[in-house]
Design a protein around this ligand. Structure first.
Ligand SMILES: [Zn+2]
Length: 350
């Protein structure tokens, strides 16, 4: 069924005195010992009963021998007091009066209470036009529901706060009871509003402050065949640019975004030994000093020198008939390329 988006008309002269929403009658169960009665800060939500505790099982770990954990969630029944409660409203299309036509129910996830998740099970009124030929019907949107998610605004704010505190998606999902994909969507929206022009998520903003030292590197994406490039401020560790591919174009894209004026305060860039990045920076910003970072120098030395020498040495020993000694060199790459401290630590652990 399609619901109208146009709001009903309220005729001021016909307004019946808007009275306070009914006083909540606290069921006797609630006034017993051991019950907390708290404000929800959602004046349009009226609790209509005692919350029901629902326990579900969640399985973790291997399928054959899973670890089972109980998930507790509390369901609060209630109704939505829309803005037209106790008001006569009229059809915006034909002018006839609107009447109540049943209710719609929906469940919104709300703030957890300790380890117990909470849900609001809400009934809200549907309004329909008295004119049988008119198809107008209307349901008031819930004012405390977060846009695009079946959660309350309060839970959305709490989720955003946890994300801003650098909790991982998994941790936030566990703390809030939300699906990890929902948390991911919320994080994407949060980051878009912080770091893109007008919060639209299309064009990245210029960095807030200038940087003196940058670092650029490429990394494999999950499927292992595609690459992405990241540019960071080496002093703060903040990510300044992230893009698919590992070509010069990525560097040009970054420079175009921040502008040559911004680049003029950058003194040096730490690169891996991929000459593409280096050349791209040299072409656009010749004042920059190019530095190879320690990790890539050591990695290159290990790959191209230590490993090769080991292979040559092994071959020489085999040629000289010293097979036992050649065998001893097998599988020694790790020992030869590790730091002494790492080896000592691993020995201790073993
Ligand atoms: Zn109508």
């Amino acid at each position: 069924m399609k619901y109208s988006q146009t709001k009903p008309i309220v005729q001021e002269s016909l307004n019946i005195n808007v009275t306070e929403p009914e006083k909540i009658i606290i069921p006797s169960e609630m006034t017993r010992c051991g019950v907390l009665y708290v404000r929800s800060d959602m004046p349009s939500f009226q609790q209509t009963g005692v919350p029901a505790l629902v326990v579900t099982e969640k399985k973790y770990g291997p399928k054959e021998n899973p670890r089972i954990q109980n998930i507790y969630s509390m369901h609060f029944p209630g109704r939505y007091l829309d803005e037209y409660m106790n008001t006569e409203v009229y059809c915006p299309e034909c002018g006839r009066q609107l009447v109540e036509n049943g209710t719609l129910s929906c469940s919104l996830r709300h703030l957890p209470i300790g380890g117990t998740y909470t849900n609001l099970d809400i009934e809200r009124r549907r309004l329909r036009c008295l004119n049988v030929k008119c198809r107008y019907n209307y349901t008031c949107p819930i004012d405390f529901k977060a846009t695009d998610h079946l959660i309350t605004v309060q839970l959305l704010c709490f989720t955003q706060d946890l994300l801003a505190l650098h909790f991982s998606l998994k941790e936030v999902a566990h703390l809030t009871g939300l699906n990890q994909n929902t948390v991911k969507d919320i994080d994407r929206e949060r980051l878009s509003s912080l770091y893109t022009v007008n919060g639209e998520g299309k064009v990245l903003k210029k960095p807030d402050s200038r940087a003196q030292f940058l670092a650029i590197d490429e990394f494999k994406l999950h499927n292992g065949h595609k690459y992405a490039t990241v540019i960071i401020d080496l002093e703060t560790g903040h990510i300044l640019h992230l893009a698919h591919g590992r070509k010069k174009a990525t560097v040009y894209e970054f420079i175009d975004r921040v502008g040559l004026d911004w680049m003029s305060s950058v003194k040096a860039v730490a690169c891996d030994m991929n000459s593409d990045f280096e050349e791209a920076f040299r072409v656009r910003c010749p004042h920059l000093k190019i530095v190879y970072d320690y990790f890539h120098i050591v990695k290159n030395f290990n790959d191209k020198v230590v490993s090769e020498v080991r292979k040559d040495e092994q071959k020489r020993l085999i040629d000289e008939g010293r097979t036992e000694e050649a065998k001893a060199l097998k599988k020694t790459k790790h020992i030869l390329t590790s730091k002494r401290e790492t080896l000592e630590r691993k020995d201790k652990e073993a």
